[in-house]
Design a protein around this ligand. Structure first.
Ligand SMILES: Cc1cc2nc3c(=O)[nH]c(=O)nc-3n(C[C@H](O)[C@H](O)[C@H](O)COP(=O)(O)OP(=O)(O)OC[C@H]3O[C@@H](n4cnc5c(N)ncnc54)[C@H](O)[C@@H]3O)c2cc1C
Length: 361
């Protein structure tokens, strides 16, 4: 996204990636990502989320792709669950449209979810589902159309600050740059200038369950959801492939990986059993045995907020990493900020809360 925004502004951009555009080895794959505006992570994010929403639409227009479907979003749980309270607080503070559905209303409108007595839903109409692989490909296609040079299958093996900028080594060739934007996702600590950043590579597993009635589980009928229940917690995505909904269990934790390249291909049977139990208990319209399992790496920080800003201790470098499981929806806004920082040395967006210095000694 930074490559796209830099190229649009006329910069001379080289974009390195170990893999190809839209690959499934890092954090930005797996068919679907949640977009939300009433943000339990805090009302401070709302201006960035609104800007990201506008930029997703701009990317759709420029690329001719469908990327974001505004199917709405539900937070489901007990009325006093911290996430229910947080999403309501954000909507109220930011003046966002939202609806609180009582137990009866929730059962009637969204029978795809099993609702216990007393549970409620908060409906955010400013939520939807993004398709991450086409999103990445669309941004890179637009970047290339604006003159960026893409270097897929180019792992950066060395990056060293010089008197005038940076020297980058990839596939045995050296490249010189005035400014580097580091956006390596969970690989952050493998690059020498980022070695001291507190970014842990963790495993997130996604499960797909076949819907018995696909129409009732399509984005036209089923919003994205964040489910909070004493027995399970997960994010839930409508069926985009005409077959299966996806859940990402939260209650089972996200274990540390030795490194992002150590992704297991599948999940251990006890993890899969627990995901199936969650589906059997809370999603009555699916066959509760996964037909597909996806494993992905993501970079987490100690406070679960990204590191975004000038790279501490260096000149002419920007870092954006550690998105902690919620960075995709904001990606084009982060890309715009990356371009601002690289070209102007500052940005009009409020990124002070994401300053990497907050987590450094
Ligand atoms: C399963 C899962 C579900 C998620 N759900 C949501 C959601 O619903 N909504 C949401 O907003 N967010 C969600 N997130 C988080 C979001 O997807 C991530 O925060 C976001 O995709 C991070 O993007 P990134 O560009 O930092 O990392 P990546 O997408 O991993 O990109 C980093 C890139 O850097 C490249 N790279 C790294 N090191 C080098 C090197 N040395 N040389 C060259 N290239 C290198 C990698 O190959 C990779 O392409 C989820 C994450 C996961 C894993």
């Amino acid at each position: 996204m930074t490559t796209w925004r830099l190229a649009l502004r006329g910069a001379d951009v080289l974009a390195f990636d170990t893999h190809g555009p839209g690959h499934d080895r890092g954090s930005s794959a797996g068919e679907s990502r949640i977009f939300r505006t009433a943000y339990k992570e805090g009302a401070g994010y709302v201006p960035l989320l609104q800007r990201a929403g506008a930029l997703w639409r701009e990317l759709e227009d420029r690329s001719g792709s469908t990327l974001l479907t505004m199917c709405g979003g539900l937070t489901i749980g007990a009325p006093d669950h911290p996430d229910i309270l947080a999403v309501r607080r954000c909507a109220e503070e930011a003046g966002l449209d939202h609806e609180v559905l009582s137990t009866d209303q929730a059962r009637k409108r969204f029978p795809q979810h099993e609702i216990d007595d007393g549970e409620v839903m908060v409906l955010d109409p400013g939520a939807g589902v993004l398709r991450p692989e086409p999103c990445v490909q669309a941004a890179l296609r637009c970047a290339e159309n604006s003159g960026a040079r893409l270097l897929p299958h180019h792992p950066v093996t060395d990056v060293t600050e010089t008197d005038t900028g940076w020297r980058i080594t990839s596939n045995g060739t050296e490249f010189d740059a005035d400014h580097v934007v580091f956006a390596p996702g969970p690989w952050a600590r493998q690059l020498a200038p980022l070695r001291d950043l507190p970014v842990a590579a963790r495993l997130i597993t996604a499960y797909w369950f076949a819907a018995r009635d696909v129409a009732a589980h399509s984005p036209q009928a089923l919003p994205i959801a964040i489910r909070r229940h004493p027995e399970a917690g997960f994010s839930c995505f409508p069926a985009l492939d005409g077959v299966a909904i996806k859940i990402v269990p939260h209650h089972l934790g996200w274990p540390d990986l030795d490194g992002p390249d150590d992704l297991p291909r599948s999940s251990p049977p006890d993890h899969a059993r627990a995901a199936s139990a969650a589906a059997a208990r809370l999603l009555p319209g699916v066959v509760p045995h996964p037909i597909r399992i996806g494993t992905f790496a993501e970079g987490f920080t100690p406070d679960d907020h990204a590191l975004l800003g000038p790279l501490p201790g260096h000149h002419r470098a920007t870092v954006m990493t550690g998105f902690s499981g919620h960075g995709f929806k904001l990606a084009p806004a982060f890309g715009e900020i990356g371009a601002d920082l690289a070209l102007d040395g500052g940005t009009s967006h409020d990124i002070a809360p994401l300053d990497p210095n907050r987590l450094l000694p």
